[in-house]
Design a protein around this ligand. Structure first.
Ligand SMILES: NC(=O)c1ccc[n+]([C@@H]2O[C@H](COP(=O)([O-])OP(=O)(O)OC[C@H]3O[C@@H](n4cnc5c(N)ncnc54)[C@H](OP(=O)(O)O)[C@@H]3O)[C@@H](O)[C@H]2O)c1
Length: 481
């Protein structure tokens, strides 16, 4: 019988082991065929392991708060000289990206300080694998103060795009990791929306949709796609001028005027929103890709510029007044999107951690296929046995899933009780607000996997099969019925 290696050469520390990606990482590292095996695995998170967490996946579970430098030193110093590979998958999300930068980079600095700096020459740490995401190419989309100003790169997103001129905690994490190079190598893994299981995840999109579908089934409600984000602003226009838009439920409407210098549009001023008009459900057009430039035009230090996109569903009879029908989020319904299976992310992170050529590189990591939300909605309707509700421009009224779900906490408690599920709170396991924002993208959310393949990583996942598998796993874990 093969003797178990008592002193494995590869010792992993996963920070964020109970999260959506941490869980799959622990599973992958314990697979005996994984590169670098056998791995000794330390898994860490702030809270003790939940009941559903398979503790056999880690050699030791460590509870500590990475934001607290004293706690980090206390809990990690005993193992710090053993760790050869750091897998970085924790996440702190606050209202503003500036705070995200501070919190996420403080956590990484605290941990690296214990693993490297305080071990003066005795550290075994060889590699840091950082999980980040496509916000690298889109900017901090969840920061409300930047709403409407971000301009994502053209798709497919590519790793060599320069950084965007907006604060971004991913950039900061990369810089912290790179500051330890060349002594310690690093790799960056840019994920799309992650598909996996953890109910301890801040953003578990599949679980969010699964809970929504389960509640619709339970209450006999239609399983509708998220419709409302671009509320609609009818207004009388003079030719060449366009009134702006209302985004994310804010009440800011901008009057945009064509700029004589570059053909772009310049914000003229904030015009007051008339709610009665807005509720009629018509829109003139909307401003796509808002961005700020320094300029003297308005007398302020910043000028908002935007590329105007007129709604494609022009109402012919009213063409003369430039009135357009609302578009809601039909774009994502019928355009391409990609996601990242958490198992694939784990595979790529371990590959990069054990492959010389991949060191000090950033890689996109998505399933490698694309889908339309229409198809995914059909699949979810089938899996959760609810009627498929097509997106219908004519019939779809304004519908705000975030508002609807605020009322459903008690219904979820009832479902949990009835089916003997692991006890969860609806607001803790779902992320409707973030989902709503993502489903209202007006560009195809697709990353290129070419660089990853060129460097020798060929992993891929069939998204539709993976969705079925993960829903099955959520049921097995008794998170959903
Ligand atoms: N989820 C997605 O769809 C998605 C998409 C694209 C990119 N990403 C990126 O992927 C990376 C990992 O995110 P994720 O979604 O996998 O995270 P996640 O599922 O929310 O998990 C976060 C993990 O970090 C732990 N944690 C948080 N604060 C901690 C602290 N102060 N000290 C110790 N542990 C702490 C959590 O444990 P506790 O719960 O006990 O605090 C949990 O185990 C992030 O950079 C994120 O932006 C995620």
């Amino acid at each position: 019988m093969e003797k178990r290696d008592q002193n494995p050469k590869s010792v992993a520390l996963i920070i964020g082991v109970t999260g959506i990606s941490g869980l799959s990482l622990a599973e992958a590292l314990k697979n005996p065929t994984t590169p670098g095996s056998p791995w000794k695995v330390y898994g860490a998170a702030r809270r003790p392991p939940p009941g559903w967490f398979p503790t056999a996946l880690v050699d030791r579970y460590i509870t500590f708060d990475a934001l607290d430098s004293a706690d980090t030193a206390l809990k990690l110093s005993l193992i710090s000289q053993e760790i050869t590979h750091l897998f970085w998958v924790p996440l702190q999300v606050q209202e503003s990206e500036e705070v995200n930068i501070f919190k996420n980079s403080t956590m990484l600095k605290n941990v690296l300080s214990v693993l490297v700096s305080s071990n003066s020459g005795r550290s075994c740490l060889r590699h840091v694998a950082l999980l980040t995401g496509t916000k690298h190419y889109m900017g901090p989309i969840f920061d409300p103060s930047l709403a409407g100003q971000l301009m994502p790169y053209e798709v497919p997103f590519k790793e060599d795009s320069p950084r965007l001129p907006f604060p971004n905690f991913y950039y900061e994490l990369e810089d912290v990791a790179a500051s330890y190079s060349p002594a310690i190598t690093y790799s960056v893994h840019r994920s799309s929306v992650i598909i996996g299981t953890s109910p301890r995840s801040l953003y578990n999109s599949l679980l969010t949709l699964a809970v929504y579908a389960t509640i619709c089934k339970y209450q006999g409600l239609p399983f509708r796609y998220f419709v409302d984000l671009l509320s609609c602003v009818p207004y009388s226009l003079e030719k060449g001028e366009i009134l702006g838009f209302i985004r994310s439920g804010t009440t800011q409407v901008c009057r945009m005027k064509k700029s004589e210098s570059d053909g772009g549009f310049v914000q003229e001023g904030i015009v007051e929103l008339c709610p009665t008009l807005a509720s009629k459900g018509e829109i003139l057009g909307f401003i796509r890709r808002m961005y700020r430039t320094k300029g003297p035009e308005s007398g302020s230090s910043f000028v908002l510029r935007g590329i105007v996109e007129l709604c494609p569903t022009l109402t012919r009879k009213r063409r003369d007044t430039w009135v357009y029908k609302k578009v809601g989020n039909k774009y994502t319904w019928e355009h391409f999107f990609d996601v990242s299976d958490s198992r694939l992310l784990a595979e790529q992170q371990i590959w990069a951690a054990t492959t010389d050529k991949a060191k000090n590189q950033a890689f996109n990591c998505t399933n490698g296929d694309v889908f339309m939300w229409k198809s995914l909605w059909k699949l979810l309707s089938e899996i959760f046995d609810v009627e498929f509700v097509p997106f219908d421009d004519e019939k779809n009224e304004k519908f705000d899933v975030v508002e609807m779900m605020k009322e459903k906490g008690e219904i979820w408690d009832e479902i949990v009780e009835k089916h003997g599920l692991y006890k969860t709170k609806l607001e803790e396991i779902t992320c409707f607000e973030a989902m709503k924002l993502v489903l209202h993208f007006e560009f195809q959310h697709v990353s290129s996997m070419n660089k990853s393949r060129e460097f020798g990583f060929f992993g891929f996942v069939d998204t539709m099969k993976s969705i079925r598998m993960w829903v099955g796993k959520l049921r097995e874990m008794k998170i959903i019925p």
